[in-house]
Design a protein. Structure first.
Lengths: 331, 370
């Protein structure tokens, strides 16, 4: 299917079914909740310690980074674009921050990391919205460029931020009895939810992805919306990269291989259609939990990480298929 | 070179030759050769030329397959993973078959010493099957092509590690040596294979009805469908060809390296797309020629070789690949707009250019599933 065909089919569905882009996720969210509950039950049957606070913390910690990026990715996908550069952005911004480790100022390291993430997102957005390069190509190129730049500025070496206690706290510390990455995940989820559901920007975002021409004719600057979501995605990638490097006290230019795939998996599993205009932060959060629980299950059963990769791929496929069947039926 | 260029404008030359001489790609290659010859004494040595062409063979085969998929308006991100997967399956299945007949073909240090012919046959079959599965997913199950092939990429890379258990296989055998090392008239066998594939593709695309339909589908899929073309079959065919090309590229590359391991050729899908785009293949389908794709792979390999000779590190080379891809797509976008303006009889002025940019920003099509 070409893009125009798909968007036409979508538009028809939206007109005929009365299922608006914002309302549709409700059944999707229920079905995902059901899957999650089912998986947890299976987990409890397999291992009696599955339903413990400790295991829940471990699962959340494992998916915190990916989920934060997935929030940014969800917004990009809602706007009708895609961002394959997240791994490159996470690495380059992390390395840029790490270059300033000698200053021993956590604030500076964090600020530079996040600023580089924003900047790379801006470049992505400008390439897509103003120069008119398809986002698939622009961000694929950005992935290669950012990783190459990370290698160049670090000369291929790894950095160990193990002397900056307050930086490590971001990945390892506790606040109010909860690990910091989980708290940050909660904050990111809150901000993303408010941004997409309660603000004017959120309305513009769904309008842009749903029907760009209609959005433009009603006075929305769709190019600015797209640049904004790419910046949000770049920022979240940088944040996630920072959490990981703080947790491991280690960042190297080859880090996060294949991150875009796991993030896309979570996003697609969360119900965001790649044609744009639909998807929700709640769905993405549930999808991340599903992936986390599955990985935890596979780990406990001793399945190799590579087989987990295959399983993840098959899960995406399984989720993408029924959604399209619905769309075809609605046609 | 000078003898042929002096006759560029002469009407007596056959049209394909004239078209080739007008091609900016050819002049890009000439430019690279001139700069290379001027800046490095090693660039024009037979050994270096053979090496460069050998490098062009594998990425050229990948981009030939990619071109076929792009022609139908789809994209195949799984080419590099398919390439490595096919060879690994070829080796593993052959070894298992050998074990079935009481032969031990995987000897000390993971060296493969069985019959290369069988490995190659199974490799090609595997590539074909992977391509067909991709194609069915895209054409009949209606999964967006880049999601389908991204899924294939992830799954196949995972399977590669599982099948090899993380260790490389070393390939021994006269056939591998022949494909990887032998040179005829200064051209390595690998590139001759790529040329043969190119010839087959040109015959198919230019000389058969089915080939013309490929362009029709990419140009306007609805029109093609309403004209009675069973578009889904051609999409499957395109992915099957891409899978087969990837498998052939796998044979060529691993014969040269005499080994295969799971992380081999990661990121080659980016290279293949970059080459196709430089060759002028449209990402929205319907425009592109395999001949130019192979030319572009030569230019690409030549430029990378030159960077290597200058002592530029691979990191900068990767940077260059990304930048070149972006610039090529940017130029292609601008060129298309200028052509449209010319076709509609308008004049190309500075004011028009500015205005067209502005209109373009305001009027950009959504393009998620290329």
């Amino acid at each position: 299917m070409t893009a125009s065909q798909e968007s036409q089919a979508d538009a028809r569905l939206r007109k005929s079914g009365g299922a608006s882009g914002l309302r549709r996720p409700n059944t999707e969210i229920l079905s995902r909740l059901l899957i999650l509950v089912l998986l947890v039950v299976i987990g409890q049957v397999i291992s009696s310690s599955f339903l413990s606070l400790e295991n829940f913390k471990i699962i959340l910690l494992a998916v915190a980074g990916i989920t934060i990026v997935a929030f940014g990715m969800t917004m990009v996908v809602i706007s009708g674009e895609i961002d394959l550069s997240v791994a490159g952005v996470a690495v380059l911004s992390g390395i840029s921050g790490a270059l300033l480790l000698e200053t021993e100022s956590t604030a500076l390291v964090v600020a530079v990391t996040l600023a580089v993430g924003l900047l790379l997102g801006l470049v992505n957005g400008v390439m897509v919205a103003w120069i008119g390069i398809p986002s698939l190509i622009a961000t694929l190129a950005m992935l290669g460029i950012a990783r190459a730049l990370a290698n160049i500025v670090s000369r291929g070496q790894a950095y160990y931020p193990d002397k900056l206690e307050s930086f490590l706290w971001l990945g390892r510390g506790d606040l109010l009895g909860l690990p910091v990455p989980i708290l940050l995940l909660a904050v990111a989820a809150g901000i993303a939810l408010v941004l997409t559901r309660l603000t004017l920007f959120g309305r513009k975002l769904y309008a842009t992805g749903g029907n760009a021409t209609a959005a433009r004719l009603s006075g929305i600057r769709t190019d600015r919306v797209k640049i904004a979501v790419f910046m949000i995605c770049g920022f979240s990638a940088a944040l996630a990269g920072m959490l990981e490097s703080a947790r491991l006290a280690y960042i190297n230019p080859a880090a996060f291989p294949g991150m875009e795939l796991s993030v896309l998996a979570v996003t697609v599993l969360g119900g965001a259609a790649l044609a744009g205009g639909s998807g929700s932060i709640t769905g993405t959060l549930l999808a991340a939990l599903i992936i986390g629980v599955i990985n935890s299950l596979l780990n406990q059963m001793g399945v190799s990480i590579y087989l987990q990769q295959v399983v993840t791929a098959l899960i995406i496929l399984a989720v993408v298929l029924p959604g399209l069947k619905q769309r075809l039926l609605a046609k | 070179m000078s003898a042929s260029t002096s006759g560029a404008g002469a009407p007596s030359l056959p049209r394909p030759v004239v078209r080739l001489l007008r091609d900016p790609l050819l002049w890009l290659i000439v430019l690279i050769v001139v700069i290379g010859a001027a800046s490095s004494p090693y660039f024009l040595t037979p050994l270096n030329i053979a090496n460069t062409i050998r490098n062009a063979a594998a990425i050229g085969l990948l981009s030939l397959g990619m071109t076929m998929v792009l022609l139908t308006g789809r994209i195949d991100l799984s080419v590099a993973a398919t390439m490595v997967f096919s060879v690994i399956v070829g080796v593993v299945v052959t070894v298992e078959l050998g074990a079935l007949f009481g032969e031990r073909w995987l000897v000390r240090g993971n060296s493969f010493a069985g019959p290369p012919g069988l490995v190659i046959a199974i490799t090609l079959m595997t590539g074909l099957v992977v391509g067909i599965v991709n194609g069915i997913g895209v054409a009949y199950l209606k999964v967006a092509s880049f999601i389908m092939t991204l899924v294939a990429l992830t799954a196949l890379r995972g399977l590669n590690y599982i099948l090899t258990t993380g260790h490389p296989f070393y390939l021994k055998g006269a056939t591998f040596n022949w494909i990887g090392d032998s040179v005829y008239l200064g051209i390595p066998t690998g590139f001759l294979i790529a040329l043969a594939v190119l010839a087959a593709m040109l015959l198919f695309l230019r000389g058969s009805v089915a080939g013309r339909r490929f362009y029709a589908i990419g140009g306007n899929e609805y029109a093609a469908l309403y004209a009675g073309i069973k578009t889904a079959r051609y999409v499957v065919l395109a992915f099957a060809i891409s899978g087969l090309c990837a498998a052939i590229a796998g044979v060529v590359l691993t014969s040269r390296l005499k080994s295969v391991d799971a992380p081999l050729a990661s990121g080659y899908e980016l290279t293949a797309i970059a080459i196709a785009v430089i060759a002028g293949v449209s990402l929205s389908g319907g425009v592109g020629s395999p001949l130019r794709a192979l030319l572009a792979s030569l230019a690409f390999a030549g430029a990378l070789n030159l960077l290597g000779l200058w002592g530029v590190s691979t990191w900068y080379q990767n940077l260059a690949i990304g930048l070149v891809l972006l610039i090529a797509v940017g130029i292609a976008q601008a060129r298309q707009r200028i052509l449209e303006q010319k076709r509609s009889g308008g004049r190309i002025t500075y004011a028009w250019l500015l205005d067209s940019w502005r209109r373009y920003w305001n009027d950009k099509r959504q393009s998620v599933d290329t």
